[in-house]
Write a protein that binds this ligand. Sequence first.
Ligand SMILES: N[C@@H](CCC(=O)N[C@@H](CS)C(=O)NCC(=O)O)C(=O)O
Length: 290
Amino acid sequence: MADATYIPPAVWSADTVSGGRFANINRPTAGAREERELPVGEHPFQLYSLATPNGVKATIMLEELIEAGHAGAEYDAWTINIGDGEQFGSGFVGINPNSKIPALLDQSGPAPFRVFESGAIIVHLAEKFGAFLPTDPASRAEVLSWVFWQVASGPFIGGGFGHFYAYAPEKYEYPINRYAMETKRIFDVADKRLADSRFLAGDEYTLADIANFPWLAPFTEGNIYNDAKSFLSIDEYKNVGRWVAEIKARPAVQRGRIVNKVWGDEDTQLKERHSAADFDGKRLVSAPPA
Ligand SMILES: N[C@@H](CCC(=O)N[C@@H](CS)C(=O)NCC(=O)O)C(=O)O
């Protein structure tokens, strides 16, 4: 059934109000909107992020490295509040011209450098520490395939399904159908893979799981995009549910999920992370995304 139709003008302009969550921060231009320096701590890695699914990929990775004994992965995590437009400050744009969290400053060597895009951040860290990314070509290719699959699929789930189902000011059947279909297809891809394999890339827990868990887990837990869990019949994906249960029991995952979290119960929030002691007294439970 078609919704009311729209006839596009010959040339689109940005003066139309889209309404909806995040409409006040979206513009069709890039670049800094104000001068704002970023804080910089002492640790080798400076993370500027928020505990959304894309942000949590980076914090799980850093916490997993520390858990595995890589003391060189110590990091300061600073909150970038995207609802307040902090991603458009000059300091943040300097480390991510795309103005989206997460972004990382690697100051472990003589000259600091930036890494942006969650996939690039976790691959960079995996290569630096030789962890969660196998070196033999076939295994490495399998891991990277699932990582890039996630980075490519995420926008259909978030910008597509999440936007039109939960955030858009008016509900339209066509885009909701299109992106519900695509989100379920993505879940089915993962579910079929996990029917044959303990983890996404094989028998070992790898970057493939670290990239995909933050997007898939909240649907199985029912804490993303209103009632999306029932709307999309997520309980059908039994193998995804089994995989989520195994991964969410990992202490590093539980810690990573609350770093830069600024919503929910106070004792499940960790606005900034500067040392392992920051987790003292925190409740390490599932962390609902923004
Ligand atoms: N492809 C990017 C996507 C990052 C992304 O979409 N971040 C969102 C939060 S989950 C953001 O910063 N949004 C702010 C904005 O769009 O202004 C990545 O994986 O790092």
